[in-house]
Design a protein around this ligand. Structure first.
Ligand SMILES: [Zn+2]
Ligand SMILES: [Zn+2]
Length: 648
């Protein structure tokens, strides 16, 4: 007998050679019907694999990330089977699961696969799925495997085989299709009930541009038709909310080829939005004891040699700017930290001066390959809401907690209620990848874990994900569509203070080294605005809206009254525009709706006679006529409702 430890801690005994499916059946038949794979000592395996030793054991269903990816990878085999049935001499590369769905790289020779054929392939996949063919695993010798794919004429699989050791090779077969694969897979194709081919793209074999370009077929599958429908609706909604599309429609930002790829131009309305975000954080930071600073956009190469960035990133960044006469080398600033270290060094510091919190909306430039650029989320120039906290070692944990408070305040004010954090630690197996002393790393990692726990943050810990100079905590938020975004970051750093030889005089009158904490609640303004646009679909909270209202005179007779009202609104710090165009009122209302104006004030004869305005609110419709003062206090109430002050 062997001991199987279940996730709830229960230990059950089973006969040696029992399978995941046997265990599922012993628990309940309903459960067994949903089992896709199993996890044995942290490794995902086929539910049909015999288990021979005591182990930690978990059953995987569609609700587990590993269950989903097994489902999608198995679907890639089904896709290949369908394509092979329709185009018999197709050759296959690799077919992995991706974040949503899967792809298979195929080579159809002279033939091309077009979207017109998607439906036919989907139907074939469903037809094959209904046969409930098992994914059968069998071990093969390298010689037999080579013979199989030589006869089949698939040079891609043969090349993959070259890298495999004899004795470790497995084939999986479902129906008439056999693939070289280490698995695992779901029990049979019958689990796949809904199928959608998404797109095709070119992909170089093994990512090597000198090799053959294959066709990458992207697809997604689900265990229920309804889930596919929900997914497609979500995609539509995501397309509607795409910040690149809305950013253009709402005139927030633009790109110009002449200015350069990945270098956003903030248009007047976008700038209004961004400045409000900056001011909001600036106010909170003053309350939290930060001192604003400003540093230049370029710095001497020496600075980055000292910081270590040159050795690490020099070759992959924008190349140096040279002075014409002295031949000096300058780099575009890739991060603000080294500059802030130099500010720290401008005068002697005592233990009583710490913590010193230097904050800067610092614009930095990083080279990204053109193919990686994407709207405002991947750019070559961006502004971080950056700050560096220099503190004593005994203050690290406390400072870390204060930063978490500030970040959570930002999330709350901007409506991100669903957040979590990833703690990135160093890879204990590869310590030489990181700069700095062992004991410093241990201290920093302990401080992060402890403060995240104290603040009740839901966290995951990832080994090997730390930056080369320190461990960090990254915040993730889930947006209105359930998509996850990485936002702000907090990072403990024992290394830069050492490289810059930063010091303070302790109460013992001796010199000590401060600790540095890097932090950015938004991450970058560019990325944050992109996420904000997609989360709100462009319907920003009133305090943030570039334009809060539109005054719409019914005809030019009421222009003077409209002007008079608008002046009153401006005096009360409300913003927007008067639609002076010679258009019908219906048209003016429609345009204001398209521009997502939160409020419209319609003024005509009745309103001007009685000193009133007719108010329409987005999402609620007509609020009726009211005196202008009443409207102003209504607006102020809404604004204050949204924006509570930090530490009040
Ligand atoms: Zn496989
Ligand atoms: Zn920094």
């Amino acid at each position: 007998m062997i001991k199987i430890k279940l996730p709830d801690g229960n230990v059950r005994e089973y006969a040696q050679g029992t399978t995941g499916m046997d265990i599922a059946l012993s628990i309940s038949e309903g459960l067994a019907r949903n089992v896709l794979a199993a996890k044995v000592n942290g490794k995902v395996v086929d539910a049909s694999l015999p288990i021979n030793d005591d182990c930690d054991f978990q059953l995987l269903t569609w609700n587990d990330a590993d269950g989903k990816s097994t489902f999608w990878h198995s679907s890639a085999h089904l896709l290949a089977e369908a394509i092979e049935a329709l185009h018999p001499r197709t050759k296959f590369g690799i077919g992995p699961a991706i974040e949503t769905g899967f792809y298979y790289d195929i080579d159809m020779g002279e033939k091309a696969l077009s979207a017109d054929e998607f439906k036919k392939i989907e139907d074939k996949m469903l037809e094959l799925a209904r046969q409930k063919n098992q994914y059968q695993r069998y071990e093969v010798s390298k010689a037999d495997a080579i013979q199989y794919f030589t006869e089949k004429g698939d040079e891609y699989k043969l090349e993959l085989l070259e890298g495999l050791e004899d004795g470790s090779i497995t084939f999986y077969q479902q129906g008439n299709f056999t693939d070289l694969c280490r698995g695992p897979h779901i029990p049979n194709t019958g689990f796949i009930k809904a199928v959608k081919l998404m797109s095709v793209a070119g992909a170089y074999w093994r990512g090597d541009t000198s090799r053959k370009q294959m066709t990458r077929v992207y697809a997604v599958t689900f265990p229920k038709q309804k889930e596919l429908e929900e997914y497609l609706t979500l995609l539509e909604e995501a397309k509607r909310r795409d910040h690149r599309k809305l950013g253009k429609e709402l005139e927030l930002f633009a790109f110009s080829e002449k200015v350069g790829m990945g270098l956003p131009l903030w248009l007047p309305k976008g700038t209004m939005l961004r400045e409000r975000l900056e001011n909001f954080l600036r106010r909170a930071q003053v309350r939290a004891g930060y001192s604003p600073v400003i540093t230049p956009h370029i710095a001497s190469k020496e600075l980055y040699i000292t910081s270590g960035h040159y050795a690490k990133y020099g070759a992959d960044s924008f190349q140096p700017i040279l002075t014409p006469d002295e031949g000096e080398e300058f780099f575009l600033k890739p991060m603000n930290c080294p500059h802030h270290c130099e500010i720290y060094k401008t005068k002697p510091r005592s233990y009583r001066d710490l913590p010193l919190r230097l904050a800067e909306f610092g614009t930095v430039y990083r080279y990204e390959q053109s193919g990686e650029l994407h709207g405002l989320t991947r750019v070559r120039g961006f502004t971080q809401d950056d700050a560096h906290i220099f503190c004593r070692p005994d203050q690290v944990e406390d400072e870390f907690m204060k930063v978490i408070d500030l970040v959570l305040y930002v999330f709350k004010a901007l409506g991100f209620d669903n957040y979590s954090a990833q703690i990135s630690l160093r890879d204990p197996e590869n310590k030489e990848k990181y700069i700095g002393k062992d004991e410093d790393w241990d201290k920093a990692e302990a401080a992060i874990i402890k403060s995240a726990a104290a603040k009740g943050l839901p966290t995951v810990v990832e080994l090997g994900e730390a930056a080369f100079y320190g461990p960090k905590l990254d915040f993730m938020v889930k947006d209105a569509l359930g998509r996850k975004w990485q936002l702000g970051t907090i990072q403990v750093d024992y290394q830069l203070p050492q490289r810059f030889e930063l010091e303070y005089t302790g109460s013992d009158n001796q010199k000590h080294r401060p600790v540095m904490i890097h932090r950015a609640p938004f991450g970058s303004l560019e990325r944050f605005v992109a996420i904000l646009i997609e989360n709100t679909a462009g319907n920003f909270p009133l305090w943030l809206s570039p334009e809060q209202l539109a005054v719409l005179p019914i005809s030019e007779k009421y222009e003077d009254y409209a002007n008079e009202i608008f002046l009153r609104l401006q005096e009360n710090d409300l913003r927007g525009y008067i639609d002076h165009r010679d258009e019908k009122i219906g048209r003016k209302i429609r345009d204001a709706e398209v521009n997502k104006l939160p409020f419209m004030l319609i003024v005509g004869e009745k309103e001007s006679e009685q000193g009133m305005v007719s108010v329409r609110k987005k999402g609620e419709g007509d609020l009726g006529m009211m005196p202008i003062d009443q409207f102003i206090s209504l607006m102020q109430g809404e604004i204050n409702k949204n924006i509570v002050r930090f530490k009040e």
